[in-house]
Design a binder for this molecule. Structure first.
Ligand code: PAN
Ligand code: ZN
Length: 188
């Protein structure tokens, strides 16, 4: 095969202490108003949007890669701390469009949970904290939840052609939520 047709090797710098990808080519940002319909307390979300000026919820920093079979996508996911009512800030969550595509989250900073569910309703929560790797197995939808006081930051790795299916989770939701209680973050 002519090597000109191959994607070229490259390297990228990270600040692992701060949990930052240096010079990311792309940044996706979600603010509170992007999260309508996801939290149990809709009025609390509307108050947050109104009173706090639609604050940043989370960001994904990445280097776009060809989706061709074999490439591995890597990105930094950075979720702010905060509450909507009693519920901790979280990502929308998704299945992969190629639902058999797995993903690795290596937590670099912060504290929280990775909530995972199958289409048949089985649900598992794995703690996330610096140095802990969560393996999101094929066919499991996944959502991260920041139950701490600083940003929850992970390095994510998955097949570049996996795609994201948000629609099914928008319809199904996750069977469990993480809320603040007197004894700390609680799965309900
Ligand atoms: C992550 C997520 C990121 C944001 O990179 O995309 O944490 O969460 P949502 O995509 O659910 O809004 C990932 O799981 N990629 O596949
Ligand atoms: Zn994913």
């Amino acid at each position: 095969m002519n090597a000109d047709h191959l994607f070229r090797p490259f390297a990228k710098e990270f600040d692992l202490e701060r949990g930052e990808m240096l010079d990311p080519e792309s940044r996706i940002a979600r603010t509170a108003s992007d999260m309508r319909g996801y939290y149990a307390d809709g009025p609390a979300l509307e108050r947050l949007i109104r009173e706090a000026g639609d604050p940043l919820h989370y960001e994904v920093f990445e280097t776009p890669l060809p989706e061709a079979e074999g490439n591995l996508m890597f990105c930094i996911s950075k979720l702010q701390p905060g509450l909507v009512g009693d519920e901790y800030f979280m990502t929308k969550g998704h299945y992969h469009q190629v639902s058999g595509a797995a993903e690795i989250y290596l937590c670099l900073r912060g504290e929280g949970l990775m909530l995972m569910k199958t289409a048949s309703g089985e649900c598992v929560a794995e703690p996330m904290r610096r140095g802990r790797l969560v393996y999101v197995a094929p066919h499991w939808a996944h959502r991260s939840i920041n139950a701490g006081e600083e940003p929850l930051i992970s390095l994510c790795l998955y097949p570049a052609g996996a795609g994201h299916n948000y629609g099914d989770i928008e319809r199904e939701g996750f069977p469990r939520r993480v809320v603040r209680s007197g004894s700390g973050p609680t799965l309900v």
